[in-house]
Design a protein around this ligand. Structure first.
Ligand SMILES: Cc1cc2nc3c(=O)[nH]c(=O)nc-3n(C[C@H](O)[C@H](O)[C@H](O)COP(=O)(O)OP(=O)(O)OC[C@H]3O[C@@H](n4cnc5c(N)ncnc54)[C@H](O)[C@@H]3O)c2cc1C
Length: 608
């Protein structure tokens, strides 16, 4: 149906009972649950074509206590590892939800055709991942996310779940108490659309691409999810915790063949399969860790930082160790350190890490005989939208799941836990919505007049705006600002400067030179808006948290402060902009506390 008001551009109206914004693993799994529970008039939308979501870039694996190799593993120990790694800022209830569900979720993905790597007995294989007590990470080579999303999309198609491609949502229809739908535009035709939906599931990914060196696609993970929810009146939480993955590609940026790969992920599975990290300094003693490879010698520096867990210590520990080696002059020419798997055979590497192997061969590096160069890179935002145990935000009917939500990972995420969270919370949210949903509802006319139509008018005036600043220049300036002021090492003065510079950047963002609705610059201009919200919350949270914990390291407050075992929340205030408050974290259940008390820990040396 097409609607026009004298004061508003024309727009289409679509009535659905549940609108799922996002078609990565989280959105797909929620939709499957809804369809299996006979929810009608459901619609899934995404910014790209069906099956093309950021989930496809996930590489190394997905966690679940199947115990394929280690029968002592259990959901309780999975939960305990997750809390330990989250430095006890995670919501224990959400952690339990994920850990308990995952064995079933993995078997279900297997039934739906996910191509898991298998043991000789045909079981789902599991590998080591950092800081996990047991081999718990199931995988499909090193293309786990792609295989997982293919299986979910196949299942969704079997259930005939409607999907609309290339739609970008720019605003949710909310009065701050309840949600009534969303508005956006068709990225191919440029048509504006109003979705009338009584329930909205926001599964729009994360915000790690607000940093200039990151592992995401440039046009994904710009913070759409958190920014849309915040704008609608929901709270954000834990935004100061951004995971810097230890091993992003470190390249010669003056070489056009290598430059696009700067910061791209070298999966943790390389270390999980036995990869060693070396700096560029040849050790004095020949037997103190020098490599028996053809590559240049160096010190296996993790022995100094983490003698027990070595390269498989938590991501924040390894990332800071690498950053320190580089800062103290023991890095490589391209500003990284060496990651070496050349003590493994070519066949082994090709079988376990086929995509990584091919990528480097294409660039002229054979991982079987030489190391690759790596340095930390922004990878994942542990923070996001605050939700209850079902994934519902504090706006009625608005759910946030997958990388958009907060609560599972606390101060630092275990590798393999985010894919787990997508499907676990997809199911939980789907179940909850199916119990309640009752047709599309009706968006109040006042919201159409006060939010939807002004938004269409704003979009129309943004299109073709002849502003002073280039969109990509503002976009890059923002990413540089975040890296410089809210990177791996932070301090109060620099964070405050970052906030001041962000305010200046906001003014530039209001005066950008933008193309038509269907142009890339239009999409990136909207991304800048989302990134400003996410970036401001990261900077404010990092400034407010006067301690170091997990991925948040303050050089002016290097210790963890027990009084800070609290989550920081952000809400939008009509006056004064972003306001914050804090809440203490809940305590784990008895079962999980018992597992914590047992003190399980990865013993790295069993790998050698
Ligand atoms: C390189 C890389 C490797 C990774 N490897 C692993 C791994 O091995 N194991 C692991 O557990 N995790 C891994 N992760 C993290 C994991 O991939 C993600 O957390 C997870 O896939 C997120 O899934 P999602 O469904 O929440 O979001 P996504 O897959 O990002 O999907 C978001 C969806 O929302 C849509 N969308 C976004 N904004 C809008 C908008 N404004 N309007 C309409 N639609 C919108 C997008 O088009 C997309 O369909 C990795 C991440 C990266 C970057």
């Amino acid at each position: 149906m097409s609607e026009t008001d004298a004061a508003s551009p024309a727009y289409d109206r679509v009535d659905v009972s549940v609108l799922v914004i996002g078609a990565g693993a989280a959105g797909a799994r929620a939709a499957i649950e809804l369809a299996e529970r006979d929810v009608e008039d459901l619609l899934v939308i995404g910014k790209r074509s069906h099956g093309d979501a950021h989930t496809t870039w996930a590489r190394g694996g997905i966690n679940g206590a199947l115990g394929t190799h280690d029968p002592d593993d259990s959901w309780e120990i999975h939960a305990a590892d997750t809390l330990n790694e989250g430095h006890f800022l995670n919501d224990p209830e959400k952690v339990e939800t994920v850990a308990k569900q995952m064995p079933d979720r993995l078997r279900e993905l297997d039934d739906w055709g996910m191509e898991f790597s298998r043991t000789e007995d045909g079981e789902i294989d599991q590998r080591f991942f950092g800081a996990q007590s047991f081999r718990r990470t199931a995988f499909a080579g090193d293309h786990t996310g792609e295989s997982m999303l293919n299986a979910l999309v196949d299942r969704a198609q079997e259930l005939e779940i409607p999907y609309r491609e290339n739609v970008m949502i720019t605003k949710l229809l909310s009065d701050g108490v309840s949600v009534y739908g969303a508005v956006g535009f068709d990225m191919e035709t440029g048509d504006f659309v109003l979705f009338n939906a009584g329930t909205v599931v926001l599964a729009a990914g994360g915000h790690a691409a607000i940093y200039n060196r990151h592992t995401s696609r440039d046009d994904e993970n710009n913070g759409d999810g958190p920014a849309l929810a915040y704008d609608a009146g929901a709270s954000l939480m834990d935004m100061e915790f951004v995971q810097f993955h230890p091993t992003g590609m470190a390249v010669d940026e003056s070489d056009p063949e290598w430059e696009p790969w700067s910061g791209r992920l070298v999966t943790e599975a390389v270390r999980g399969e036995g990869g060693h990290l070396y700096n560029s300094e040849v050790p004095e003693s020949a037997d103190s860790g020098a490599r028996e490879t053809t590559s240049p010698g160096g010190e296996r520096f993790m022995e100094r930082y983490s003698p027990d867990q070595m390269e498989l210590d938590a991501r924040d520990v390894v990332a800071r160790a690498i950053a320190q080696e580089i800062a103290e002059g023991r890095g490589t020419e391209n500003g990284g350190v060496y990651l070496d798997l050349s003590h493994k055979s070519g066949e082994f590497i090709q079988e376990r890490l086929p995509r990584m192997y091919e990528r480097f061969v294409d660039l002229g590096v054979d991982m079987a005989s030489e190391p690759v160069e790596v340095a930390p890179t922004a990878h994942y935002g542990m923070g996001g939208v605050a939700v209850d145990e079902y994934g519902e935000t504090d706006v009625n009917g608005l759910f946030a799941i997958g990388e958009t939500m907060a609560g599972v990972h606390g101060a630092n995420r275990l590798g393999g836990n985010s894919l787990a969270e997508t499907v676990a919370f997809g199911v939980v949210a789907g179940e909850r919505i199916a119990e309640r949903v009752d047709g599309p509802g009706e968006v109040p006319e006042a919201l159409v007049e006060e939010i939807a139509e002004p938004q269409f008018a704003d979009l129309e005036s943004l299109a073709g705006r002849d502003g002073e600043y280039d969109v990509m220049a503002v976009y890059t300036e923002l990413q540089n600002l975040m890296w410089e002021h809210a990177g791996i090492l932070r301090d109060g003065e620099s964070l405050q400067t970052g906030l001041d510079e962000l305010a200046t950047l906001r003014k530039k963002a209001a005066d950008m030179d933008v193309g038509p609705v269907t142009s890339d610059s239009f999409e990136f201009a909207l991304d800048v808006g989302f990134m400003l919200t996410a970036g401001e919350a990261v900077l404010r949270g990092a400034l407010e948290r006067t301690e170091s914990r997990g991925a948040h390291y303050r050089t002016d407050y290097p210790e963890t402060d027990p009084d800070w075992q609290r989550n920081i929340y952000f809400q939008r205030a009509d006056i004064g902009g972003m306001t914050s408050f804090t809440e203490p974290v809940d305590t784990p259940s008895e079962a999980v506390q018992d597992a914590l008390d047992e003190g399980h820990e990865l013993d790295y040396h069993q790998l050698e």
